[in-house]
Write a protein that binds this ligand. Structure first.
Ligand code: ADE
Length: 283
């Protein structure tokens, strides 16, 4: 294990979204077929190291990209990472831009979300036998790990990529894209990008105390622009091919930086937040 400051064994979970499930970024690869109390994750974990740091990689939609955003077992995916000993969860997410100045090919390190999903399980605390005890009203004021975000942003800048250090994601249920009226509404609400997977993934990561950072890879202008062709699968995949390599480079640069810092206090305060927001059954 990688020992942070002599106190915490770091392990970095990576969830690759559309177009990003390239295991080549890992050295000493081995596949691991895991199960969780919430079912099977989207695929086998690919465990290995980046710059000597233990990592576990998972393809969010399965390696063949066969799982719909609504059907991803987010709970199994996040639990599998926690079970693996992960302290951090770094993810990519393909998204549409809701702003003129956020261009296809750009990157946003997310700091907020607006939840427009409606059929996804968002808690581990569901009263089933294997679930953690109590009811957890996890705080979502700051859903993304500030320290992890800074590392992802700094790495991205050093690599010379067009990148924002903040961004509000509007997460829609999908699989359809937004109508023009919806897209304009997301803009009026203050959204910067629109995607289909940040919720509930970030919520669940918080419920188990992981430091969660998300790189949003902009593939299109969604459908709000009157002067631009609306989003299509074609445009998403084309831009993605050109840009997925960026996310890999950011991870390769960020992970050794994460390992150089000490995370004991941050991880402890994550756990305290969970404890303080969990109601235990009264006796
Ligand atoms: N993923 C990539 N582009 C998207 C868009 N415009 N809306 C929702 N999810 C997306």
């Amino acid at each position: 294990a990688n020992i942070d400051n002599g106190t915490v064994a770091l392990n970095i979970g990576i969830i690759g979204g559309t177009g990003i499930a390239n295991p080549d970024i890992l050295e000493n690869q081995r596949e691991k077929d895991v199960d969780t109390p919430y079912g099977k994750p989207s695929d086998k974990l690919i465990c290995g190291t980046i710059g000597g740091v233990e990592c576990a990689l998972l393809a969010r939609h399965g390696r063949g990209h066969t799982i719909l955003p609504s059907d991803v077992n987010y709970r199994a995916n996040v639990w599998a990472m926690k079970q693996e000993g992960c302290t951090h969860l770094l993810v990519t997410t393909a998204c549409g831009s809701l702003r003129e100045d956020i261009h296809p090919g750009d990157i946003a390190v997310l700091d907020q979300f607006i939840d427009r999903t409606h059929k996804r399980l968002q808690t581990f605390y569901d009263g089933t036998a294997a679930a953690p005890v109590g009811i957890c009203h996890i705080s979502m004021a700051e859903p993304f790990c500030t320290r992890t975000r800074k590392i992802l942003y700094d790495s991205s800048k050093e690599l010379g990529f067009g990148c924002r250090d903040t961004g509000t994601a509007v997460t829609i249920e999908g699989p359809r894209f937004s109508s023009k009226a919806e897209s304009k509404l997301w803009r009026a609400w203050g959204g910067h990008i629109v995607n289909m997977t940040t919720v509930p993934e970030v919520v669940l990561a918080n419920e188990v105390g992981l430091c969660y950072g998300a790189i949003a890879l902009v593939t299109d202008y969604d459908s709000w622009r009157d002067d631009e062709e609306s989003v299509s699968v074609d445009s998403v995949l084309k831009t993605f091919k050109e840009n997925s390599i960026k996310a890999q480079k950011i991870f390769l640069k960020s992970i050794p930086k994460i390992a150089q810092q000490s995370w004991g206090e941050t991880l402890k305060s994550n756990q305290e937040l969970i404890k303080n927001n969990t109601l235990m059954p009264s006796t």
